[in-house]
Design a protein around this ligand. Structure first.
Ligand code: FE2
Length: 252
């Protein structure tokens, strides 16, 4: 499938993890791609269903969907909503940029995989999806920061829309298996010692530096699946209010 001219995704999505289904789904190959390389890109030729049915079918065959909220929602819309407070409301319903993060850092356990499916791309050049491979980030962190991230339990706030009985959880940003859970704006840092805050800042600066982030402008009908404990993701500010992604969290 022809890629847009600004597609730099080949830098982090190898050829064996890119799929253009023509005769049915190759679910075993998608599974192998996300387990071995942490990421897969599936491109349906410029077609997208607004319900995310295709995404749900694939995710249901890959693993077990996780719910986002108390209502049991498993397919979540990431789309501008004019009724939502653009400063303080649910951020997936705003046009704001997202700094690099992992999803559901406040969940117990966090979702192991995330699927993003593009129903409507941003036609005005905004909303680029950004990735950073945590495997490449770990060796770049200072020993002092690594020690803090591996050994200190941080308090992570649960956003209101995801409340399921707890206002916050205690967890490490990095575990011994190399899995990250990190969304800086949800960490309660007010009463943390300076060296703890500094460790969080170092990680945040590193994953948000232009030299580390790689972007992809998802086109209509493209679906990216990634290991949520390995790939940090984010997005640039949305320019086109019609831009619409569907998101699922799941476990394999
Ligand atoms: Fe996210």
């Amino acid at each position: 499938m022809p890629q847009p001219p600004n597609d730099l995704s080949k830098m982090f999505i190898p050829d064996e993890c890119r799929f253009t289904p023509s005769r049915g789904f190759e679910v075993d190959a998608y599974r192998r791609a996300v387990l071995d390389n942490g990421i897969a890109l599936i491109s349906f030729e410029n077609k997208a269903d607004a319900d995310g049915t295709v995404m749900k079918k694939i995710v249901d065959r890959l693993g077990i969907a996780a719910v986002h909220d108390r209502d049991g929602t498993s397919v979540w819309d990431v789309k501008y909503d004019e009724s939502v407070d653009q400063e303080n409301g649910t951020r997936s319903l705003t046009t704001k940029e997202f700094r690099l993060h992992t999803d559901g850092s406040f969940e117990v356990p966090p979702p192991t995989f995330v699927a993003l499916y593009c129903v409507e791309p941003d036609q005005l050049g905004g909303g680029e999806t950004l990735f950073v491979d945590g495997n490449k980030i770990r060796p770049l962190l200072s020993p002092a920061t690594l020690k803090v991230l591996l050994e200190h339990d941080f308090e992570i706030k649960v956003p209101e829309e995801f409340f399921k009985g707890h206002n916050s959880v205690m967890a490490r940003v990095l575990n011994a298996r190399g899995s990250f859970r990190f969304r800086k704006d949800l960490l309660k840092l007010d009463n943390c010692a300076p060296h703890l805050v500094q460790a969080v800042e170092e990680l945040d600066q590193l994953i948000n530096s232009d030299s580390q982030t790689k972007g992809i402008q998802l086109s209509k009908g493209q679906m990216v699946i990634f290991d949520n404990a390995r790939f940090f993701h984010g997005r640039r500010k949305i320019e086109d209010q019609r831009r619409h992604l569907k998101r699922m969290w799941f476990h394999i």
